[in-house]
Design a protein around this ligand. Structure first.
Ligand SMILES: O=P(O)(O)OC[C@H]1O[C@H](O)[C@H](O)[C@@H](O)[C@@H]1O
Length: 437
């Protein structure tokens, strides 16, 4: 399902330093599955995929088909956990220039994201692109009160009303939010929007396999059943208490052991542009889960080989507090060969006829070896391909690993109290009622 290769951590950590954690992991695993951990109200993700498959996804698929049949463009409004999972899966599964393909080639509407910033320029640029298109909106907010998506939604809703009138607009909006609380739930009820519920027991950064991710992904033709199946199978594959059998727990123990040795920054490294937003999703997952009580591994990311020409110097020789986690996709979608061009004199003829995938992989092997030599331990996680199934397994692998890692670190991996501080200060500056100094 997924291979965890520790070849390049062996010089930095002994196997004993990992197996020593066996009994602690067993105890924490017991707490996790019996819902006795800190934040145990947020453990709905543990078996979310298998439960969702059992309950069925017909309603989501039907709603998605309706939008697919009528829309030229879907605008997804959300931030953080209500944004990154869908974006990660879209970019993982679909071609890099999906929106630029013809509708027939795409098989679904274009997709755009809004509400993940407060930039007037970015909003205006999006509205320009939407002109003349049949637009549908999926607004997503668990709390229903987050400033960025609330602003984004106001703007796109006003745009829809101008284009299609009040009545028709209501049929073009789907709201994904809390079952009963929050401003978005209230508005959706008043306006009669179609709605989906984000379960109470699933936090934002663990919500990609709820309607938060499933609806927009189904609209653009991502096979959400396979995505869920991958995660459901991962529930079993990474459900064992034993470190020997559970790669997710092994990875969790490893990053804690490295952390205790001073490797306090983890760089998620990949060699495929399609994984860029997966890395962004991963950063929120680990950053919000662990970064508290003045603890936590700082999650960063790089896209190689691009960043070997920018960050590569630092990783090789800079301040030594780094370790890397490589996620390697074994089989790309396309095969491309280097063409022969004898008159170019660029020293590349020895690679004529070679596959780019093969060259990319040699670059990855060389990077892992060089960085380890430079004092950067690195972990390799190998997955088969860019299929929905594989992605589902990887989402779950990291969720499970993150929960265990945070618990090992002694923090509550399921809250994010620190995020409120900037919000309070911003509300004071904005003059929000009730927030005056
Ligand atoms: O879905 P929402 O309630 O709008 O929240 C969106 C995001 O914003 C917050 O401030 C949190 O830090 C995130 O954990 C959350 O995913």
């Amino acid at each position: 399902m997924l291979k965890l290769d520790l070849t390049y951590t062996n010089d930095f950590l002994s196997e004993e330093e990992i197996t020593n954690a066996e009994s602690v992991v067993k105890a924490l695993h017991d707490d996790l599955v019996h819902k006795r951990t800190p934040g145990s109200d947020y453990l709905g993700w543990l078996d979310l995929a298998s439960r969702t498959l059992q309950e069925g996804i017909t309603d989501i698929l039907e709603a998605a088909k309706k939008i697919r049949d009528h829309a030229d463009a879907l605008v997804v409004v959300g931030i953080g956990g209500s944004y990154l999972g869908a974006r990660a899966a879209y970019e993982w599964v679909k071609p890099e220039y999906y929106n630029q393909l013809s509708k027939a080639e795409r098989g679904g509407p274009e997709i755009y994201f809004l509400g993940n910033h407060i930039s007037a320029d970015a909003v205006s640029d999006l509205l320009t692109v939407l002109k003349g298109k049949q637009v549908y909106v999926n607004v997503i907010s668990k709390s229903g009160t987050t400033t960025e998506p609330a602003i984004g939604f106001r703007l796109i809703r006003e745009w829809l009303i101008k284009e299609y009138g009040e009545q028709e607009t209501k049929g073009r909006i789907v709201a994904t939010t809390d079952a009963s609380k929050g401003a978005l739930r209230k508005l959706a009820t008043e306006e009669g929007y179609k709605t989906y519920v984000i379960p109470d027991d699933v936090g934002g950064r663990y919500s990609v396999l709820t309607p938060v991710g499933l609806l927009p992904l189904a609209v653009i033709g991502v096979d959400i059943e396979k995505l869920l199946q991958g995660a459901a199978d991962a529930e079993k594959a990474f459900g064992s208490a034993s470190l020997a059998d559970n790669a997710a727990y092994r990875y969790a123990v490893l990053r804690n052991a490295l952390y205790r040795k001073g490797y306090v920054t983890e760089i998620f490294a990949h060699f495929e542009p399609a994984l860029h937003y997966f890395a962004e999703w991963w950063k929120q997952l680990f950053g919000e889960s662990e970064g508290k009580n003045e603890k936590g591994v700082f999650p960063a990311s790089v896209g190689y080989t691009t960043d070997l020409h920018s960050m590569g110097q630092f990783v090789q020789e800079g301040y030594r507090n780094l370790f890397e986690t490589f996620v390697h996709v074994e089989n790309g979608i396309h095969n491309v060969q280097v063409p022969s061009a004898k008159n170019m004199d660029d020293g590349l003829e020895y690679l004529a006829g070679k596959e780019l995938g093969w060259i990319n992989d040699k670059a990855r092997l060389a990077t892992q070896s060089a960085h380890a030599e430079g004092g950067v331990p690195n972990v390799l996680i190998q997955v088969a391909d860019r299929s929905e199934y594989t992605l589902g397994t990887l989402f779950y692998f990291f969720e499970r690993a993150c929960a265990m890692s945070g618990l090992l670190m002694g923090v509550n991996p399921f809250n994010q109290p620190g995020v409120e501080n900037y919000k309070t200060k911003m509300f004071q500056l904005l003059g929000k009622p009730g927030y005056q100094k």
